[in-house]
Design a protein around this ligand. Structure first.
Ligand SMILES: C[S@@+](CC[C@H](N)C(=O)[O-])C[C@H]1O[C@@H](n2cnc3c(N)ncnc32)[C@H](O)[C@@H]1O
Length: 304
């Protein structure tokens, strides 16, 4: 049996994010069950259905087990979505690794009652999502989309396409620390990195946001204005959330910072709702989930 995190009194940031998304899926499905729409769970960067819990610098997670190198295999987002009750009508798992899609297909056997409704796509998430959002009719369909990349794989164009459906509630892991690393202190950012940031933010204005001109300098000479990097992860997060608000009907104003064991920010968990007619309840639920103190409430028996 898989050791549970509760048992070991440990919670990783990965567990934290998945538990928050799970809470939303449960609340969403309870509401949607009573509505006339067909609704799907879409996982853009689906992985394998499980993830490995690695031992954390010296913390003896498994002290009573004889094999110290043992790792725990914990439910990943795909498996978590499949466990949600009431069930979703469809599950679309997108993953670019062939090996991982083979693992994902095994979920059809593990969840036989949902098997025929599990769609596994070996594809690039950006290509697949853009096509699906733009070509499909969303009039009678709704979905929750989870975007959980390792780094900066998501492009802005994809988010614009998702927002245009007016039908998809979206959870996004925004790679705040990866972005911060590309924003070199001296402002000399290689062209390739700039391009990456342009693709992620969907505009070039990020440079002025993160490297504003120092107006107090250079006023009386002909030197180019001095620019200093704004030294704050918060600015990066706030800027991305503002950008999201331009593509969706609404965004949760309180994205949640996921940190490593040393407290350094890694990702921002953001929520955006595409449907203008259902934006209020969606944001209210997400906002509540994002503000909860994980130590107190995330692993409680209360599911809604
Ligand atoms: C952080 S993992 C996802 C973990 C998963 N949400 C879970 O809880 O188990 C990111 C996944 O995205 C996949 N990936 C990376 N780039 C991709 C792309 N452009 N399109 C689709 N999948 C991609 C990787 O192979 C990896 O499995």
């Amino acid at each position: 049996m898989v050791p549970s995190l509760q048992k070991f009194g440990h919670r990783s940031w990965t567990q934290d994010k998945l538990e928050r998304v799970r809470k939303y899926l449960v609340a969403y499905s309870i509401i949607m069950q009573k509505r006339r729409f067909q609704y799907a769970y879409i996982d853009g960067f689906a992985g394998t259905g499980y993830h490995e819990l690695e031992r954390d610098d010296g913390e003896s997670l498994f002290q009573e087990l004889e094999e110290p190198e043992v790792e725990a295999f914990l439910d990943g987002s795909a498996r978590i979505a499949l466990q949600v009750e009431p069930r979703f009508n469809k599950y679309i798992f997108i993953e670019k690794s062939r090996k991982k899609t083979i693992e994902l297909k095994k979920l059809r056997v593990e969840f036989p009652d949902r098997g025929v409704d599990i769609i596994v796509e070996k594809a690039d998430a950006n290509d697949y999502l853009k096509k699906m959002c733009l070509e499909k009719s969303w009039q009678n369909h709704r979905a929750v989309l989870f975007i959980d990349p390792f780094g900066m794989q998501l492009t802005w164009e994809t988010l614009v396409a998702v927002g245009k459906t007016e039908a998809i509630d979206t959870w996004i892991l925004f790679p705040i620390s990866a972005v911060n690393r590309l924003l070199k202190k001296d402002g000399h950012i290689p062209v390739k990195w700039r391009r990456r940031l342009d693709l992620m933010f969907g505009e070039k204005a990020w440079f002025d946001v993160f490297f504003p001109e120092d107006k107090s300098m250079g006023l009386f000479d002909n030197n180019p204005p001095i620019r200093r990097k704004v030294d704050s992860m918060e600015t990066i997060g706030a800027y991305f959330n503002q950008r999201l608000a331009t593509a969706f009907a609404g965004v949760a104003p309180n994205p949640y910072t996921l940190r490593n064991t040393k407290g350094a920010p890694l990702f921002l968990l953001c929520f955006a709702a595409a449907n203008p007619n259902a934006v209020k309840p969606a944001i209210k639920i997400a906002q509540d989930i994002l503000k909860r103190d994980p130590a107190r409430s995330l692993f409680s028996a209360d599911d809604t």
